[in-house]
Design a protein around this ligand. Structure first.
Ligand code: TYD
Length: 135
């Protein structure tokens, strides 16, 4: 049985000087060892990112600023998440077709990854993905 995507609430330390949240990997808040971090920003209105799956890499996505939708497909079912709070993250298991869309102006998507970047890990054709995942 494949793993399910999951919204994870992060710590939020409230303070009159402002809020502070944090993420620790290796099972503390994110169920993997964090190997790489990247962020997506300056997305023009109406653009869609992603449109691929990873064979091994799993991710944790946080809307550090603004909002956007993460649309996932496990080969059978679609899952749609609207991220708009910096103290919630979405865990995306490996072998999930993933797109990101509806970026608000000035949104900032932080992505934590479990593997180094490798183009060989990507599946960029949905039919190839569907055949590999539904076995
Ligand atoms: P890609 O993962 O296809 O972006 P998105 O899923 O947001 O549409 O990556 C876009 C480009 O950036 C692609 O040429 C690969 C490169 N890239 C890296 O070099 N290192 C990385 O860690 C990532 C995520 C992408």
């Amino acid at each position: 049985m494949a793993e399910k995507p999951q919204i994870i609430e992060l710590p939020k330390i409230g303070d009159r000087r402002g809020n502070l949240s944090f993420i620790e990997g290796a099972g503390k808040h994110v169920p993997f060892v964090i190997r790489r971090t990247y962020w997506i920003y300056d997305v023009p209105g109406g653009e869609v990112r992603g449109g691929h799956a990873y064979r091994e890499n799993c991710e944790f996505v946080v809307a550090l600023s603004g909002s956007f939708d993460v649309v996932l497909h496990d080969g059978r079912q679609e899952y749609r998440y609207h991220l708009n709070r910096s103290y919630y993250g979405l865990y995306v298991p490996r072998m999930m077709w993933r797109s990101m869309e509806n970026f608000s102006t000035n949104s900032l998507a932080l992505v934590l990854s479990s593997t180094d970047y490798s183009e060989a890990d990507y599946i960029r054709d949905f039919e190839v993905f569907r055949k590999e995942v539904v076995r």
